[in-house]
Write a protein that binds this ligand. Sequence first.
Ligand code: HEM
Length: 464
Amino acid sequence: MAKAQVPSTPVTKKRERNLPPGPQRYLLFQLPELQHQPIEYLDRMWREYGDLVRLPIMPGLTFLIAAHPEGAEHILSTHQERYGKPDLFLKPMGLVQGQGLFTSEGEFWLKQRRLMQPAFHQKQLVRLHAVMLSCVQSLLHEWEKKPEGEVIDIAAEMTRLTLKIVSSALFSVDISGESDKLGQAFRTALEYVYYRMNTPLALPVWIPTPKNLQFRQAKQTLDRIVLEIIQSRRQNPTDTCDLLSMLLAARDEDTGEGMSTHQLQDEVITLINAGHETTATSLAWTWYLLGTHPDIMAKMQDELQTVLNGDIPTFEKLPQLQYTRRVFDESLRLCPPGLGLAPRIALEDDEIQGYFIPKGTIVNITQYFISRHPEFWENPEQFDPDRFLPEKVNQRAKFAYFPFGAGSHICIGKSFAVMESTIILAAIAQRFHIELVPNQPIEIDPRFTLRPKYGIKVTVNKRH
Ligand code: HEM
């Protein structure tokens, strides 16, 4: 007996009807606005169309904005196998990070992740704590020598500090001497990545346009500095069990081969990049928020006085600095270092929150909006660390807050970053009054990490 034919058209039609809401026309000509003012643009779309917005850019390119915990959980966790990272992210980002952990997928990613995971294991944290503390202390010594009332850009200071920490902790090398060059090279390279990701018709990188040439020079600087770290370690092997030693010693189970210098270079660039820029940006905004909320700063200082009583923040004391930790958590909620995660692409047709998501859709999980979603956060724009009291956290949807991502690509450096930030906040606030310079322009630079565009100017005065 012939099988009954299932009529395909009604299903397709039903699915088409069920596409997420969004503008009907192509938005190619609005790309410059999306590129230069992404927060304002996407905020408008979110308010107009809701928590899942479809943005048709041009034929064959559709973005989806996911601004609800349910969508984030679906994409990152429960149905993560249906999503990968798209070429429009992997290719431009790969120009800087090659095939590092952040820009690789599938089996290759899994192999690298397994190789690198042990270096971030809990038991490594004690060693890392000592390195972090010594880097912070050397910054404090520098500040102590400054004349009272001198103005500094605390955002730039945090970048310098986190760069020194990540290089010392992971590679046992202090690259402070090169830090300005390195920081600048990363910035130029990432601005270029941002430009390429948002300019579908950009000319290939080999064409010598001024932008391309500037990028190539920045990438050469990164490669040179990192290659020097690797080569100097190959020539002078040490018995420190830092990440570089682990990567150098790692062998493929089948072939017995080690990682090529090229692959090592990609991983080192990835870790320096991912490991300093995010933390520095988060800390810069934390100082800004503390500066604009003296009551919260005072409460944090009270905790530091009670728990540390003038001593250094030792590894054992860190878990007691709960208010300091809540300050950082809340700062990451209001000012996450990224508007969203790396974009994803639907590898197959899918359905999210009742809407049909066709294969090939580019999905942007916007944690900036999710972590101020009014359904989950009361007075979302208010800076209130006590939102992170355990009883409140337990009542909240898990995916209302995920500053370190979720699922298999969750940040490998999460414990590293949390410990580092707590030590930095505690060690500095314990010894210095940080005051914002009044009437300075404060603005977010939305290209890549959400850095303060003009820095954050403060005075640092010793506490007596
Ligand atoms: C406050 C600081 C930090 C924040 C907010 C942060 C946030 C994130 C997020 C959201 C992801 C997931 C991205 C995605 O799924 O698209 C991620 C991945 C990653 N992070 Fe972090 N991160 C921080 C610090 C660090 C540090 C200190 C390191 C290394 C020392 C690091 C290394 C990485 C790497 C290598 C990945 C890619 C992981 C993978 O795909 O397997 N991050 N981070």
